[in-house]
Each structure stands twice: as structure tokens, then as C-alpha cells.
Design a binder for this molecule. Structure first.
Ligand code: DQA
Length: 145
């Protein structure tokens, strides 16, 4: 059994309520339930969301002490601001896929740069909630190869 950690950054606890025209009407709980119910066989999922950068970094550090084979992360606004988050993801060995629900490249210029993308296994933008499923499939293929 492989373990994949699904991480969501700031404000993503408000999915379903927050700017539904951009992020849709599915809540974070519904997303997590749906991912668990449809995870590829042989994959166990664990979830974590935080609005606090230090808590997210501490959670990523714990990957060094547990059998986590891959990470799916929607870093929210930290994508565009956090060298510390990039350093944490670099520090742990697990490959990660960066997900953005919206097409950040079609939005404000400050959303066009990511501190994470060039160390990610893959980046999925603008596919809505399906992006998380695509990320899991990408990691699953990678873990099988
Ligand atoms: C986001 C895009 C970010 O720019 C934004 O700050 C978010 C969500 C997305 O999923 O589209 O919080 O990561």
C-alpha cells in the first residue's frame, strides 16, 4: 500500500463558500470524501489543511519520519509568496504534484509565478476539483514505474 498526503493551504477550508464562481460549490470535506472513495487501488490517502504556514511546514517535515510516498498540494496563496514552503518540500524526499483549482495563468499577474512549480513532479491548473484526481493518478503512475 502506498500512502499519499493531500495538503491544502490557506482559505481552502472555505471551499464551497468562497468565490464559488472561481472555486466551485464542492466543500473541502466533500472533496476529501470523494478522493478517498475513488482513490486508485493500492493507495491510502491522508489529508491536512491549514491556514498557518508554520503548521503546514511542520506537517511536511513529519513526512521525513513516516512512510509517505507522494504529496498532492494545493498551496493556495503560498504558491506565490513562500520560499519557506518550497524549502520544506525540497527537504523531504517525496515527489509532489502542485494543484490549482483555477487557471492561475488567466488571473491576476501576481498569481502567474509559483515558487514550487520547478521542483514539482507535475503542475495541474484550471481543471477544477478534478485536478486533485489527475494529481493522484500522476503520482500513482510514478509510484508504479
Ligand atoms: C489557488 C490559486 C491561488 O492563487 C489562490 O491564492 C488560492 C487557490 C487555486 O486552487 O486555484 O487560494 O491555489
Amino acid at each position: 500500500m502506498s500512502k499519499i498526503l493531500v495538503l491544502n493551504g490557506p482559505n481552502l477550508n472555505l471551499l464551497g463558500l468562497r468565490e464559488p464562481d472561481i472555486y466551485g460549490t464542492t466543500t473541502l470535506q466533500e472533496l476529501e470524501n470523494n478522493l478517498s472513495a475513488n482513490a486508485p487501488s493500492g493507495i491510502a490517502l491522508a489529508f491536512f489543511q491549514s491556514n498557518h504556514e508554520g503548521q503546514m511546514i511542520d506537517r511536511i517535515h513529519r513526512v521525513m519520519d513516516e512512510p509517505v510516498d507522494g504529496i498532492v498540494i494545493n498551496p493556495g496563496a503560498w504558491t506565490h509568496t513562500s520560499v519557506a514552503l518550497r524549502d520544506a518540500l525540497s527537504a523531504v524526499a517525496a515527489p509532489f504534484v502542485e494543484v490549482h483549482i483555477s487557471n492561475v495563468h488567466a488571473r491576476e499577474p501576481f498569481r502567474h509565478h509559483s515558487h514550487l512549480s520547478n521542483i514539482a513532479l507535475a503542475v495541474i491548473v484550471g481543471c477544477g476539483m478534478q485536478g486533485y484526481t489527475f494529481a493522484l493518478e500522476t503520482l500513482n503512475q510514478r509510484l508504479k514505474s
